[in-house]
Design a protein around this ligand. Structure first.
Ligand SMILES: Nc1ncnc2c1ncn2[C@@H]1O[C@H](COP(=O)(O)OP(=O)(O)OP(=O)(O)O)[C@@H](O)[C@H]1O
Ligand SMILES: CC(C)(CO)[C@@H](O)C(=O)[O-]
Ligand code: BAL
Length: 284
């Protein structure tokens, strides 16, 4: 595996692969890799002849007061894991390489799907994500790019961006990888104290309870959200949102919606954890 830091070197490597007739997969990450990231790499591996994983903590998707400076940067350990996974290229650019003119003035923004869920709590976040992912798409020009369903709204927004901006790239969503106790894997789980870590799976537990209630016939979505938020609060979470949403539009679900996502973001000590479950209601 090669670790490349410059846009020019990645472009040259991909051009060589293209001359050799090889297909290319891209897995964008912010590093501090865990088994969830590795499952994305496996998915890319299955689809493509050569895999690029990017590790870049993207400043433009962090809001003021968020953890840009503290975000774990563990490039040596990440490289070792990616080497074991037979990745061809690890692209680890500097901020200057990705934002050559300094303060960014050119943005890619999806003017939809961002009004609810994390978009409501993190103004500007998804504009930073779509901008940096567009840059990565232009640099690598992959056939396939893989993103996790754990970041459900991010995946929906990136699918929309890819389709509307006519990127000739197939977006693959990978299922959420979980710890044995159900907690969704996340780099930010590393911020949890031992006591918080023991509580953290309760987020998934309450989402499962909510899904069960829907399967059992609950149709008052707002009441279910309130009950779930209250249960999380009693467990010690600071709840940012619990929303039963239309899985396609991400708008809070209305009567008649059948493809649903139950999504939540909740703070537990330092980190803000997110998780979601999807379900399809039977036709009534
Ligand atoms: N548990 C997981 N299962 C599947 N995919 C995941 C999981 N966690 C993260 N991903 C995906 O990995 C990619 C890179 O995410 P990122 O580097 O932000 O990891 P993260 O663990 O989610 O970190 P953070 O704690 O910042 O949310 C994204 O597409 C994300 O959806
Ligand atoms: C897609 C991404 C790598 C863009 O910085 C980031 O938002 C993430 O890690 O999910
Ligand atoms: N996985 C989402 C990246 C972020 O929280 O900034």
């Amino acid at each position: 595996m090669d670790i490349l830091h410059s846009v020019a070197k990645v472009r040259a490597r991909v051009a060589q692969w293209r001359r050799d007739g090889r297909t290319v997969g891209l897995v964008p990450t912010m590093g501090n890799l865990h088994d969830g990231h590795l499952s994305l790499v496996q998915a890319a591996r299955q689809e493509c002849d050569a895999v690029v994983v990017s590790v870049f903590v993207n400043p433009t998707q962090f809001g003021p007061g968020e953890d840009f400076d503290a975000y774990p940067r563990t490039l040596d350990a990440d490289a070792a894991r990616l080497r074991d996974a037979n990745v061809e290229v690890l692209f680890a650019p500097s901020v200057e390489e990705m934002y050559p003119l300094g303060a960014n003035r050119s943005w890619v923004e999806v003017d939809d799907l961002g009004d609810y869920l994390c978009g409501a709590d993190r103004p500007g976040h998804f504009r930073g994500v779509t901008t940096v992912v567009s840059k990565l798409f232009h640099i690598v020009q992959p056939d396939v790019a893989v993103f996790g369903e754990k970041d459900f709204q991010q995946l929906a927004i990136l699918r929309r961006m890819t389709e509307e901006l006519l990127f000739p790239i197939r977006i693959v969503g990978a299922p959420t990888a979980r710890e044995a106790d159900g907690l969704a894997m996340s780099s930010r789980n590393g911020y949890l104290t031992e006591q918080e870590r023991a509580l953290a799976p309760r987020l998934q537990h309450h989402l499962r309870q909510a899904r069960q209630a829907l399967e059992d016939g609950e149709r008052d979505f707002r009441a279910l959200e309130a009950r779930t938020a209250e249960a999380l609060g009693k467990d010690g979470f600071g709840v940012d949102y619990v929303t039963v949403a239309n899985a396609r539009t991400l708008v809070p679900a209305a009567p008649g919606d059948r493809e649903l996502v139950i999504a939540a973001a909740a703070r537990l000590g330092k980190p803000r954890l997110i998780d979601n479950l999807t379900l399809t209601l039977p036709a009534s």
